[in-house]
Unconditional design. Structure first.
Lengths: 417, 152
């Protein structure tokens, strides 16, 4: 073997410059500086593939779906149902009917709470969530608990921002009807060990909903491998349009659930005496849906699968390690959320500087970050802070951009020094 | 844009060493303000004298440099004023930080003094509420309104 270099088989990495070229907004400047977009956990930018698909839909096949016999209606229906099959593939679902289009991950959680939840929860039952949830995975369950007399139970997190697994398992019991938790935390970046948590919940006889809003742009998702009962995602965080999201649910559960909203599309026949509901998934899609949005989301999912989520995860992991090391070098900077398994979110505080002041100064250099509580006030309270600066990275971000952030943070400290 | 226009020395100073930041025992008037968008909180405490003037004013809370400095500067500016004077000054200040040109008539003649330091905020629409939170809260305290003041 002498002289032969050691070789390891490795998938080719992401060609980030080529990917950046697919996002027209990344070419713009802000305050005279190249845009450094680090607010991807709030919403991600859109590639040509998505923008052009939506534009083409309106320019060439716009029509209402599932009713007209005319050419455009058939084309629009095909596009919409094709998007459903793309999302089936994206999530690893068994059947396309398990994909329900909704407005957002938030609406998806509300749908499950108000249909499955209202039908199955009783006085003194329990809903188990975790301390790292986004408000959208807290409030719908609080509403459900108020309606049914069930109790909301919260599994604690440790100082790294990880759900304490022993405590989570200890809180599961025969009264737990559903456990709902994030795949990836929006405020801390923690990746929950969802497969093990689902198994534990199932062993206690509970159903499981996973909030995948922050996972979809970063990780390959396979709902059957995970074994979940419900999984929700939103389009705009995975490079698709706003106003569209998906609830995936196991078919037999969806069949048993009452409808969410009443109206057109969700019915087979209506008389004043009796209405017969349509089949799954249409039972849950009352009214004319966001057709262009669904088709745009399908384009985003296909684009992401073509890029390859494993390669995305590897690139983002490099960025996260680099960003963590660079930020930690700065005296006074503390990273909030240091889970062993973590997605590319860098939430941090700067001694003596309020995050909003940091955000304004960074913005002057074209750097877009989120500052505030990130719709996760219980997380902030857990760490004894009001807010953080959050840089959330996506597949198109670069080490150069992290350098710009680091330079910006040093400037912030200089102003407030 | 030059950051020193927004973060003037006076603002940085009042952020670092806020004046009159303490809880007041048994105030005559008090109100709590909250900006739900960013989580900034401020409580304003007021003592009034027999002539209806603010004889003492303090604040407590947590927030960014703009909201802390604004509350601090406000307590210095309104001491000794009657409610009507404070409301006129608040209106003038609000116009200044939202970029409304000074009107003719009485309000236009009101001098902002040190409060001018916050005029840079008008170029940062996302930050205007940071500057006005303390003032909304003081107005609520003077009006003896009980509910928490919200910027939204």
């Amino acid at each position: 073997m002498s002289g032969a270099p050691a070789t390891t088989v490795r998938a080719p990495g992401l060609d980030v410059e080529r990917i950046r070229a697919e996002f027209p907004i990344l070419a713009r400047t802000v305050n005279g500086r190249p845009l450094v977009y680090l607010d991807n956990a709030a919403t991600a930018q859109k590639p040509h593939a998505v923008i052009d698909t939506i534009s083409s839909y309106y320019r060439t096949i716009n029509a209402n779906i599932h009713r007209g016999v005319h050419h455009l209606s058939v084309k629009a229906t095909d596009g919409y149902e094709q998007a459903r099959r793309t999302m089936q593939r994206f999530l690893g679902a068994a059947r396309p009917e398990e994909i329900i289009f909704v407005r957002s991950a938030t609406e998806g959680i509300n749908l499950v709470a108000q249909t499955w939840g209202r039908a199955n929860l009783r006085q003194d039952d329990e809903v188990l969530i975790t301390h790292l949830e986004h408000h959208s995975n807290i409030v719908p369950w609080q509403i459900l608990c108020e309606q049914t007399g069930a109790r909301l139970v919260v599994a604690p997190i440790n100082d790294a921002g990880e759900v304490i697994q022993d405590e989570f398992r200890a809180l599961l019991n025969e009264r737990t009807k559903i456990a709902a938790f994030a795949h990836v935390s929006n405020a801390l970046g923690t990746i929950n060990p969802v497969k093990a948590m689902i198994e534990a919940a199932h062993n206690a006889g509970a159903k499981v909903l996973i909030d995948g809003a922050q996972a979809a742009p970063h990780l390959a998702i396979d709902v059957r491998d995970l074994g979940a009962d419900f999984y929700v995602v939103t389009g705009h965080k995975m490079f698709g349009p706003t106003g569209i999201g998906v609830v995936w649910g196991r078919h037999e559960l969806l069949e048993q659930m009452p409808p969410y909203q009443g109206g057109g599309e969700m019915i087979l026949s209506v008389t004043f005496e009796k209405t017969i509901y349509n089949k799954v998934p249409h039972k849950f899609e009352a009214g004319t849906p966001h057709i262009a949005g669904a088709i745009g989301l399908g384009a985003a999912a296909k684009w992401l699968m073509d890029v390859g989520l494993d390669r995305v995860a590897a690139h983002e992991h490099d960025l996260l390690e680099y960003g963590t090391a660079r930020l930690t070098e700065i005296p006074g900077v503390t990273i909030i959320g240091t889970a062993a398994e973590k997605a590319s979110i860098l939430s941090f505080t700067i001694d003596g500087v309020h995050p909003h002041d940091a955000g304004t100064i960074l913005d002057q250099d074209g750097i877009a970050v989120r500052t505030g509580h990130h719709c996760a006030q219980p997380v902030m309270e857990r760490f004894g802070i009001d807010a953080t600066v959050r840089a959330s990275l996506a597949l198109y971000n670069t080490k150069r951009e992290i350098d710009a952030l680091v330079e910006g943070v040093r400037k912030v400290i200089e102003v407030f020094g | 844009m030059d950051m020193s226009e927004l973060y003037q020395e006076l603002i940085l100073d009042h952020n670092k060493r806020p004046r009159n930041r303490r809880i007041m025992e048994s105030p005559d008037r008090t109100a709590e303000g909250f900006n739900p968008l960013c989580g900034d909180r401020v409580t304003v405490y007021v003592h009034m004298d027999d002539a209806g003037r603010v004889s003492e004013i303090t604040f407590e809370g947590s927030g960014c440099a703009i909201s802390t400095a604004s509350a601090s500067l406000m307590t210095e500016a309104v001491k000794g004023m009657k409610r009507e004077q404070i409301e006129a000054l608040a209106a003038r200040f609000h116009d200044e930080v939202t970029g409304v040109p000074a009107p003719g008539g009485a309000n236009g003649n009101i001098k902002l003094g040190k409060l001018e330091a916050l005029a840079g905020v008008k170029k940062y629409p996302a930050r205007v509420k940071c500057a006005t939170l303390a003032w909304h809260t003081l107005k609520a305290a003077l009006a003896d309104r009980q509910e928490i003041v919200s910027t939204e």
